[in-house]
Write a protein that binds this ligand. Sequence first.
Ligand code: 5GP
Ligand code: ZN
Length: 116
Amino acid sequence: MTAEGMSDCLFCRVVARKSPADIEYEDDAVLAFKDIYPKAPVHLLIVPKRHIASIMAMEPGDAEVIGRCLLAARKLGEAKGFAERGYRVSVNCGPEGGQHVYHVHFHFLAGRRSGA
Ligand code: 5GP
Ligand code: ZN
């Protein structure tokens, strides 16, 4: 995606601080912020700072940053006191997978028991 095109991406705008978000974690490659419509007492979105549209568009060179998102999930789980109780990390992929924002994001859901 071109630099111009990325201004059309909601989560690229959050990364660039052009859209507001409650940021909970940041490192050089990853950002995590509160979901605006939380579906659990703690509902964060963990995104690579670099635009990747979907897991369906993931390339081998994206593997490290995707892994870094999962490491951020572990850190958030520990920082927020869910290391013992656990939490859910999920990714929606494509139209039938329920993906609405086409910048890869991991949902981090905690504070309520998740079903299957
Ligand atoms: P998806 O449905 O693509 O897996 O998840 C997109 C998520 O982004 C949804 O849970 C939705 O509530 C969240 N969301 C949509 N718009 C915004 C926004 O402007 N800011 C934040 N923080 N979250 C958003
Ligand atoms: Zn993006």
